[in-house]
Ligand binder design. Structure first.
Ligand code: FAD
Length: 420
């Protein structure tokens, strides 16, 4: 290809598209509105805590093959905590009970038949109805397909789907839940190891990608917000960055990798998700106690997951919309009292920070899922990417990276087909 591919947005979707295209020797320019790359997946220095934190704790699973390929391509797998086994410690704040869910490696779910591995209080037969989710038709919600009650639901299905879909599971799309279960639980323990960016999201997923792009001659223009696009019948003709307009040559192309609320302002009559769910994170500057696991699931509290990093304990609360208006200090105190009780630490509140991402992900309902467009558009030099496009997955790192790869392939294929 002799033209330039302009990628709008330097989140994971934009970066993965840029990496793929640059690896094929294509000329790429990335345009990012803000002063930093990474979008919803980034690290920054927090002055209150006096340390670098992530905008939100992010969990990958070992079955996220596109994300792992991306990390291999940028030589950043070494920044992950990758445990040898797929094990998830849980604490139930209501009963005080603690257990560890231990998946076996292969696809055959032996763990379900072993009371030391499965969820306490459940029987092997309780797991059978989960198979219904695997074949759920699109348009159905999780609540329409399985009974959202009982011990297995409360102790496994709810925490898993809440984290993966970022929505109260009964409202969630059964099709998206099915994709999550197919690629994790049903694929066996080798797809379920929890992977955490030990050194932070920036040093793991973003900075090595920027370094690789720079070595490949890709320009990343920060604080360069796309304001408008000019469309002709078959192609995008020009990009307007406010003070600067770029008229596209015949063989130039564009990948738009911005969130849906930005994309709908730029593309006429684009159908895209319009509803979102929040994620609340709380960060506490404190040395985790010896033996604190990297990740603990918490039930029957406000806290859902506790992540442990050097010098910091951090909490994730998915579908956290109900907490958006709670006073920050009230929230910090109540979250800390749960963390202290789980980790066996003093009640005294350590230095804290609350980060609330209001539009963390699109609302993974069947109706919103149906609004997700594919990568291809009616304009031959223009493709869409982003975790909200129709990847078949919920809004995740894996979905964002797959969407970027797919848009890059589409633009390359079209260019090859048109003989440019
Ligand atoms: C708190 C939180 C926790 C999460 N936890 C997990 C998790 O545990 N596991 C997981 O897999 N996923 C998780 N996610 C989801 C994951 O972060 C996202 O799916 C992923 O980062 C989305 O990447 P993206 O490139 O599609 O979009 P974005 O990251 O939103 O990137 C879009 C980029 O486009 C830029 N942009 C917007 N408008 C313009 C414009 N006009 N011109 C130029 N640039 C523009 C934006 O500034 C942004 O940098 C979480 C998200 C949040 C917020």
């Amino acid at each position: 290809m002799s033209g330039t591919v302009h990628i709008i947005g330097a989140g994971l979707a934009g970066l993965s598209a840029a990496l793929k295209l640059s690896a094929r020797g294509e000329r790429v320019i990335v345009h990012e509105a803000t002063a930093f790359a990474g979008g919803r997946c980034r690290s920054y220095h927090d002055a209150t805590l006096g340390m670098t934190i992530d905008n939100g704790n992010h969990l990958l699973l070992s079955g996220n093959h596109a994300a792992l390929d991306y990390l291999r391509d940028i030589d950043a797998e070494k920044h992950l905590i990758d445990p040898k086994a797929a094990e998830f410690p849980f604490v139930d704040l209501a009963s005080g009970q603690r257990w560890t869910l231990r998946f076996n490696e292969g696809r055959l779910p032996f763990w379900v038949f072993d009371s030391d591995r499965r969820v306490p209080g459940t029987h092997a037969t309780d797991y059978l109805p989960l198979a219904k989710l695997l074949w759920a038709s699109s348009g159905k919600s999780v609540g329409e397909v399985i009974a959202c009650q009982g011990t297995l639901y409360r102790r496994l299905v709810e925490p898993l789907l809440l984290a993966a879909l970022n929505i109260d599971p009964p409202q969630g799309s059964a099709k998206l839940a099915s994709a999550v279960i197919r690629e994790t639980l049903a694929a066996g323990g080798r797809a379920c190891r929890p992977l955490i960016a030990r050194d932070g999201l920036g040093p793991t997923l973003i900075e090595p990608a920027l370094a690789r792009l720079q070595r490949g001659g890709v320009t990343v223009r920060l604080e360069h917000q796309l304001r408008a696009m000019r469309f002709a019948a078959e192609r995008v003709e020009a990009l307007d960055f406010g003070g600067e307009a770029i008229v596209l040559a015949a063989d130039d192309a564009v990948i738009l990798a911005v969130p849906p609320y930005a994309a709908t302002l730029l593309v006429p009559s684009l159908d895209a998700p319009t509803q979102f769910r929040a994620i609340v994170n709380a960060h506490f500057r404190i040395e985790p106690p010896a033996g604190q696991p990297p990740l603990v699931g918490v039930l029957n509290g406000t806290v859902q997951w506790i992540f442990s990093f050097p010098g910091r304990l951090s909490v994730t609360i998915s579908a956290g919309d109900r907490l958006i208006d709670t006073a920050r200090d009230v929230l910090a105190k109540s979250i800390w009292s749960e963390v202290a009780s789980v980790a066996g630490l003093a009640e005294a509140l350590p230095p804290w920070q609350i980060v609330r991402e209001r539009r963390a992900t699109f609302a993974a309902t069947p109706a919103q899922d149906a609004k997700r467009p594919g990568a291809a558009t009616q304009w031959r030099n223009f493709a869409l990417a982003g975790d909200w496009t129709n990847t078949g997955l919920p809004a995740t790192i894996e979905g964002a990276i797959r969407s970027g790869n797919r848009a890059a392939a589409l633009i390359s294929d079209r260019t090859a087909a048109s003989g440019q």
